[in-house]
Design a protein around this ligand. Sequence first.
Ligand SMILES: Cc1ncc(COP(=O)(O)O)c(C=O)c1O
Length: 431
Amino acid sequence: MKTLKNNSERAKKHLFAAQTTYYERPLTLVDGEGTHVRDDEGNEYLDAFGGIATNTLGYGDHEVARAVAEQAKKLTHVSTLYLTDEMLDLAEKIAEIAPEGMTKSFMSNSGSEANETAALVARTAKNSVDFLALEYAYHGRTLYTVALAGQSNWRNFGPQMPHVAFVPSPYCYRCPMGLTYPTCEIACAKAAKRVIETQTNGAPAAMIAETLAGVGGIITPPPEYFKVLKEALAPFGTLLIADEVQAGWGRMGDGIFGMVSTYGVVPDIITSAKGLASGLPIGITITRPELADVFKGPHINTFGGNPLSSRAARVTIETIEKKQLVANAKRQGNRLLAGLRDLQRRFRTIGEVRGHGLMIGVELVKDAQSKAYAPAEATQFLEEMRKRNVLVGKGGRFGNVIRIQPPLIFDDADATEFLHAFEESMAALPG
Ligand SMILES: Cc1ncc(COP(=O)(O)O)c(C=O)c1O
């Protein structure tokens, strides 16, 4: 089991330095089963981050493995120049579960590509290059999606693509407008009007928004937020793009798409990726025919909708339905939220516990009064959790938010194991 190679040295020598890893001593993972994964030293971990909210069905799901193996023997790749039943079966299934009228998809390989496609569609449909995004947003690592990032640490590509204006984030714990919910009357969403009037051509093509900002620290908008935002955009004809790369496929616990099920708002375009194919590369842009079809092409995507990822995606969706994993995300999410809020009363470093379903953030601060960011504590917390054989993620503009986004098959025993390790790791932090 133990690899005799020094993987940190190999990575330093042959991978781009920009490809950062977690932990002082990076972890090399070799195999996994269900919610647990093993490293090259034989240690087993409960994975509460799921390869960045991607391993929807955990590790080694038998149905996905069987479908992919069968498919690999039959047909792996043809490109979008040809049709396959696998691609069409997936497109039909998505049309069936998407909000009414959103019957068309474009398939690609990643969240970044899904967002690029949405931007192209919106720009063409609205004949406008201006775009709105949210402060603290993250939409990918391509040139345009970096320009949509609302965090300076992710905008590190030199001069940015122009024509993007930023709307204040619904980050209630640190309200950018200095207000308090609910007396704020969702002023941050209403601010979109002022941003459009002062910083754009007056008719931006679209506003892109993560339903919950994942990389930004699981920023969780108040219940009315997207309704108020959509109303603010409507007079300008500005489309709303829901980036559900992290929040989609039931993770938020109320339905397949969080903006629709948890916030009751149907966007004009939905983008997703990550969890859709349980770990196989995929990206998808879903919209109504009148928007999809204004974009005439020609447009290809070599691997988009490839038979392997398409089969894995169909099995993933069917398993989510069959095993009622949306309800499980709600149940286990509520359990984790309650347990973490109990711990918040004991540990003054826990500033806020927030999220929906199995998309949870715990913001660490020096103390509740000052709310001073605690990034060093968050880094140490990850190490403490590792010592207790649990993997979690980290986010927030200053790296002080613990991210909990496990596979949707997370069960009662996992939740108990997780909360126990969380409590012990908090207790191990200084202060
Ligand atoms: C909300 C969101 N959008 C887009 C992306 C980009 O996805 P990818 O890394 O697959 O390009 C990410 C990745 O973390 C994301 O969290």
